[in-house]
Design a binder for this molecule. Structure first.
Ligand SMILES: NC(=O)c1ccc[n+]([C@@H]2O[C@H](COP(=O)([O-])OP(=O)(O)OC[C@H]3O[C@@H](n4cnc5c(N)ncnc54)[C@H](OP(=O)(O)O)[C@@H]3O)[C@@H](O)[C@H]2O)c1
Length: 277
């Protein structure tokens, strides 16, 4: 039976290439995207490249928690079961922006809304086959500190401080899920895809980008890791890990801190008005 995989932000960059490669391997792929025009274009490109591909599109705006609730309900009704959830969508605005609920954009889109979305997708994963949750984190988590006082913004805004916190949050959440879902047989792993030339750098000034670009890999290359973690039998049963270059990678001391992970989880669930697992 083909794997049923749901990926956020599957219309661009690493997410698009991941969806494309998964479809090429025969997976049934659902893209959850905020921009339906871009999403439809992505679906068309995948179907064009792989005429037998089973690809679907759902709306999802991670900058709006009500939208996440509403669209998760649609996905629940339409899909019923999934085997893999890939939390891929992310942003790096260089100027401070805010979500509809008043959270700093990177905290809200990269961390908080994916926690909510994951909880809302758990009933589908529970019915899945060897269910897996993947969190596209980053080596930039080493820069991150969990600082509640910045969740609704800070002055001055420090873009990498906010990005680092959101990506540290991804790994800490992955660790907590791994512990709490172990008895259900659902695995949870985080990954760093490498430095990748994607539109995520669109806010970076051109001269700086010219310096950075030669150090970056392609999204096609970067997608091979999430594709492998989603599809390959060798990763069945492996949980609570952080992968880079197809092997477990070193996490920052904060990303290994179980007490910090639990505290963040309780605070996050309180923000989201959700019961803990
Ligand atoms: N590129 C790198 O070097 C690198 C390194 C480490 C980790 N990562 C991580 O990799 C992931 C993918 O990034 P990428 O480099 O592939 O960048 P990208 O091409 O800009 O893709 C980001 C995706 O997230 C979506 N997204 C943004 N805001 C959203 C929202 N409010 N609701 C729903 N979806 C939203 C985007 O949709 P739109 O097209 O509508 O904007 C896009 O599909 C991110 O989590 C990023 O932090 C990237």
């Amino acid at each position: 039976m083909s794997k049923r995989i749901l990926i956020t932000g599957g219309n661009s960059g690493i997410g698009f290439c991941t969806a494309d490669q998964l479809a090429a391997q025969g997976a049934e792929v659902s893209l959850a995207c905020r921009d339906q025009t871009k999403g439809q274009a992505a679906v068309a490109r995948i179907k064009n490249a792989h005429p037998n591909a089973k690809v679907r599109l759902f709306p999802l705006d991670l900058a709006d928690l009500e939208n996440v609730h509403d669209n998760a309900a649609v996905i629940y009704r339409e899909l019923g079961e999934i085997d893999v959830l890939i939390n891929n969508a992310g942003v790096v605005p260089t100027r401070q922006e805010f979500t509809r609920d008043g959270y700093e954009m990177q905290f809200g889109v990269n961390y908080l809304a994916p926690v909510l979305f994951t909880h809302l997708m758990l009933p589908l994963l529970k019915k899945g086959n060897q269910p897996r949750v993947l969190h596209v984190a980053s080596v930039a988590h080493w820069l991150g500190r969990i600082n509640k006082s910045t969740w609704r913004g800070r002055k001055p805004y420090l873009v990498m401080d906010a990005y680092g916190q959101s990506k540290l949050g991804n790994i800490l959440f992955s660790n907590v899920l791994a512990d709490r879902l172990e008895d259900l047989g659902i695995t949870s792993n985080a990954l760093h895809p490498g430095g990748v030339d994607t539109p995520i750098f669109r806010h970076v000034p051109k001269p700086a980008m010219a310096l950075i670009r030669p150090t970056l890999t392609t999204p096609e290359q970067a997608a091979r890791l999430p594709v492998s973690l989603a599809m390959d039998p060798q990763y069945a049963g492996i949980t609570g890990e952080y992968f880079a270059n197809f092997k477990p990678a070193l996490r920052s001391p904060r990303a290994r801190n179980r007490k910090l992970a639990e505290e963040l989880y309780y605070d996050t669930m309180a923000e989201l008005n959700l019961p803990t697992l």
